[in-house]
Ligand binder design. Structure first.
Ligand code: DGL
Length: 272
């Protein structure tokens, strides 16, 4: 296969990375995308670092073995541990946290909120990176959401499920928005942009930062620089692998507008 025609790898603990795949498709419609979601083990955000590294390496190896020309870590939680996960990966690797922090640092706002998983919150990855790029900012963190990614993963399209998502969003975001008066909010877990409309309805006027936009733009620049962009006029495909429920992954892809999908296939989970 010519180097230009090699796929882009995208990985996440679950369907959260669909928010990144969607953005990449919009910006780079000619690229083939190979998605891996670890449905058997989602959510990662309440696990220990060792456990996350072990699970993430399995996905990195899967995508590396399929010759991806770039790898998007469409999971903030794994991105916090990138140096421990990327061993043996020969292509450029893009981090959701790097992208989100860069986008936040560019905002005029001084008080930046970050909503994320418990692991991402505890790692302090976001404030460290944002403050390194923009020292005058005041970064305000959510307390780390133990339930939100799991709720989003299984609730799209269900009125009861979405009511629970919105109740959880209020629990996690009300303090930052109303008491701490954040001026913008980083969606620091890739599941959250999938419910962006709900967040906007609950907090109208609050600017939201989705790291996916920055990731897709960074990928485009990298491919152009290396002369590896897919040929113009080509229509890219999307193949999804999951260690979880194939039918649910296909349904969720349709629900978030990720169509057409060439194939959704099962891949055995890492036994831990
Ligand atoms: N979507 C992931 C993230 O960006 C992980 C959510 C989870 O598995 O807890 O952090």
């Amino acid at each position: 296969m010519s180097d230009c025609n090699r796929p882009i790898g995208i990985l996440d603990s679950g369907i959260g990375g669909y928010s990144v795949a969607r953005q990449v498709r919009q910006l780079l419609p000619g690229e083939d995308l190979l998605y891996f979601g670890d449905g058997a083990h989602v959510p990662y955000g309440n696990y220990s670092a060792e456990h996350i590294v072990q699970l993430a390496r399995y996905m990195f190896r899967f995508l590396e073995a399929r010759g991806v020309k770039a790898l998007l870590v469409a999971c903030n939680t794994i991105s916090c541990l990138l140096d421990r996960c990327r061993d043996g990966v020969s292509c450029p690797v893009f981090s959701a946290v790097e992208a989100g922090a860069r986008a936040a640092a560019r905002m005029e706002a001084e008080r930046v909120g970050v909503i994320s998983t418990v692991f991402t919150h505890n790692s302090r990855c976001y404030p460290e990176k944002i403050l390194a790029l923009s020292p005058r900012k005041k970064v305000v963190l959510s307390c780390g959401c133990p339930d939100l990614a799991r709720l989003v993963e299984h609730s799209l399209g269900s009125p009861d499920g979405m009511a629970r998502v919105e109740e959880n969003l209020r629990l996690e975001l009300d303090g930052m928005v109303r008491r701490d008066k954040i001026e913008c909010c980083v969606l620091g877990c890739t599941h959250y942009p999938l419910v962006r409309e709900s967040i906007q309805r609950l907090y109208p006027g609050l600017p939201l930062i989705d790291p996916a936009e920055e990731m897709a733009a960074g990928l485009r620049d990298d491919l152009e620089r290396r002369g590896l962009s897919a040929p113009a006029g080509r229509r890219g495909g999307l193949t999804i692998y999951t260690t979880g429920d194939v039918d649910e992954y296909a349904l969720r892809a349709r629900q978030v507008g990720l169509e057409p999908v060439d194939q959704v296939a099962f891949y055995p989970p890492l036994e831990v």
